[in-house]
Design a protein around this ligand. Sequence first.
Ligand code: SAM
Ligand code: SF4
Length: 428
Amino acid sequence: MTTVAPSPRGTPGLAVRSAHRHDPEATGLFGVYAHVPFCLSRCHYCDFVTYTGMEGLRRPYAAALLAEAELAVAALGARPPTVTSVFVGGGTPTLLPAGDLGRLLGRLRGLLDFAADAEVTVEANPETVDQQVADGLAAAGVTRVSLGAQSFDDRVLAALGRAHGAARVGQAVASLRRAGIDALNLDLIFGCPEEDEASWADSLAAAVALAPAHLSAYALTVEPATRFGRMVAAGRMAEPDEDLLADRYEAACAVLAAAGWHHYEVSNWARDDPPGHGLAPLPARASRHNLTYWRRGPYLGLGAGAHEFSGGARRWNGPGVPAYLAAVAAAGRRPTAGEEHLTGEQAAFELLALRLRTADGLDPAEAERLGVDPHGAAVAELREAGLLAAGPRVALTERGMFLHGEVVTRLAPSPARPTRPTPDALPA
Ligand SMILES: C[S@@+](CC[C@H](N)C(=O)[O-])C[C@H]1O[C@@H](n2cnc3c(N)ncnc32)[C@H](O)[C@@H]1O
Ligand code: SF4
């Protein structure tokens, strides 16, 4: 059986990137993604659109994001939807001065209506978060911070090429809480070099002890254009073993459930605090921005390498920073590298794959609309195999979540797959 372990490449907007005919506005969600492609150093596993150095281009880049925001909003027409989430991802957005982030968020608020409870997330490498940065984020109107913890084992962090040790994560969490930002996510990666069963258990325990509202746990994926990719190609490193990944995933599911987190998406766990919040039946602290991808809602994508889905089409910017500055700041146009529309059949496949990622799955009528017979043999067999939950809905079990790709393959009408490869620069 081919397995598809949970990974950021499986994140909606990453796994699929095509337009759909499903009415996007029906989700009630509208996001803005802004990409900041700068990092202190390149982690050994990372193939996101990001660059080290380029200090002199960071402020001009921040200014260009504002200019692109205006161009993007102008293209939305007279009545743009209300913004329900903003996600400033990277790269390492906290390498931009907080004032620049504040100006970007301020310009977005000037250009668009924001929901009163709009979620405003900034992604951060813990190494870049001290008290001054945390205070600056709070002053800029950031409501949620997603920290790349990855592991709490210093040997694993060194093997991953991370710029920080484990202790730095707790310090960043404390600074953010002192600044008044309590909606925190920690990213973890499992199946890493130097990791063993005990160190993964310790990392989970350390993450639980910090009590974030949200946790993401991704299986390590080895991408060709990374140091790990080159090591694997040269025979100096083994690909993560599928059985080992399954064991680590199972451990995460058990530990996080026991500690009170809800496993609401393949790679994501959240607190239901306060219960019955507007995201129900998903937990209250589920990521509203990622939910926009998983529901195939519309979102703008600003910045080098960013992707967006708006007006029924998916479009994306080229990855280079100088080319981005030349197009946006100098020529006053968006640096669109491509655009894509899907057939209705492909759109249905995408929606099926995305909707199955979240624990609530599909009700029988939705499943039928997407070409899946909720009473048919495929669903019955997957229930029998323990990959789909019992009950009227078509929804994955935790074992099914680990094998999400396999389940989708069994359920999907065969000719409907989108054909384009996976993009690199969307939020995790
Ligand atoms: C853009 S990074 C986020 C934040 C920040 N740049 C940092 O690393 O601290 C998004 C997340 O994707 C995950 N990720 C990136 N590449 C990965 C890979 N090859 N395998 C597994 N997880 C990966 C990491 O957990 C990372 O925190
Ligand atoms: S994982 Fe995060 S910090 Fe590391 S290179 Fe990628 S974007 Fe930068």
